[in-house]
Design a binder for this molecule. Sequence first.
Ligand code: PEP
Ligand code: MG
Length: 583
Amino acid sequence: MAERSFQGIGVSPGVSRGKIYVYSIAEEVVPEYDVTVADVAKEVARFEAALMKTREQLHELQDRIASGIGSSSPSTILDVHLSITEDPALIDSVINRLQQEQKNVEFVFNDVARKYVATLSELQDELFRERAADVQDVTRRIMRNLLGHDHRALTNLPPDTIVVAHELSPSDTTSLDRHHVSGFATDVGSHTSHTAIVARSMNLPAVVGLRNLSKFVHDGQPAILDGYSGTLIVEPSEQTLFIYGQLEVKRHSVQERLDALHDLPAQTLDGHRMILSGNIELPSDTPVVLAAGAEGIGLFRTEFLYLNRPEFPTEDEQCEQYLEVARLVKPNAVIIRTLDIGGDKFRSEDTTPQEVNPFLGFRAIRFCLANVDIFEAQLRAILRASAEGNVKIMYPMISGVAEVVQANDILRQVMHDLKKEGVAFDEHIQVGAMIEIPSAALTAEMIAPEVDFFSIGSNDLIQYTMAVDRVNEKVANLYEPTHPAILRLIRSVVEAAHNNEIWVGVCGEMAGEPLFAPLLLGMGIDELSAAASSLPRVKEVIRRLTLREAQELAAASLHTNSGREVLAMLNALLQRVDPDLLG
Ligand code: PEP
Ligand code: MG
């Protein structure tokens, strides 16, 4: 087959080679891979568990039908279905083949079931032909249970898999097995979607916004996924493989040079120090950002602890997870952001109707102030963890001072309760507000006296200021971090913070882009917090500049009326200080 190249948006750096696996939620896609002799027993156990689950579902259905029609005898159709789940011909044949072929159970079961149905359909006897439909129905149900309901077909993938999908939710993405999945490509999405953010945290190469790629590729095709340039090359030629081999060597040597900065501070040539922290979604991301040189955690997106599970985590469970991070980063800080559910982060268990504009809807602090019990449980967990580490609290999606006052009132009450119960916590815990809604940026002077720090969420600030949906690839070209409106908002937030003697960071994706580091440094930002993969690059830029030249650049940027002009200035600067970091 001839090589074919698809161009999208590179959202997580790195190049991976592997075989394509098309993940479709519309229809069952059956994965096929080899398992070791030692793992055969596990596959058999998975099969038995799926059979058991199917039987339970059928019994439940029988009960429901019986109560619906007021009958005391079970449905005979479902009796037939139940007997198929116990059919020794089917079960033995699957188990025998699992033992002989050492393949994954979905693949073997699918093949056995298909042949079973085909044989029955070809028989002369009408009764057997009817039975074929029943077998098909039940085996589909067993297959769905094998694949798992929520993230079916995304787990248990063979090594070096490149997942191609129309869309992956942030929670789908967290469920990808980093050891087997080497990258993903989606039709939709953009740079600041939470799916892209999770990919960067996982150091997983990713390309999004490929429009209708998923229709043109199929399982098993060899491919190269280039998360730098945003390209997916299917059936790569020998020549392309050679070019990528050479690029890899070059990137490797740049990475080695950057790795050497690990223990050095993010300090300019004239001695100005910035704090460079890491963003995490799960406690398990912490060692990765620390290995990349983070001084602490500038943003812990705690909502990821609430996804992919049927119940909300308990206070104790949350406390455990916060403690784990606090202990790992001690004496540096972890900024724990309270629940920012909504927008593009939903729990698959949520049964509430979808909102028309979820990013403008019931999200983050709005949800927490309306569900005080959930909010209080989280605040208690954070406070308890603060007894053992350097923990700070941050409220997301603040639109004005009233919400901060309301959240702080709840926090004070929670502190009061803990004190009464004799539970230890840091009574001087720092509390911050995210500035990510234009109304908060414009009233930052009013909010500053109520908090200890600000953190600018550039992802949402840009989305809401420019009316550009951060996950929509169709408008991704309009998403402009250097637009004069954004620069003015950032400047006024920094001024409001410093006038009130509080510090201000940036934890949106702008902080992780080496191109923007001189601008943010020059504007007076005190802390940058970004994904692991970005940290060495950002540090490198800071270490190659003086504060003075960064301030001059920021002042000049604020005098232009074109975001493109600012970009050109930033590109020229990066070209001068370290061209290897461009692209
Ligand atoms: C932001 O909006 O920039 C931010 C850091 O928060 P999130 O990306 O989780 O919305
Ligand atoms: Mg945000």
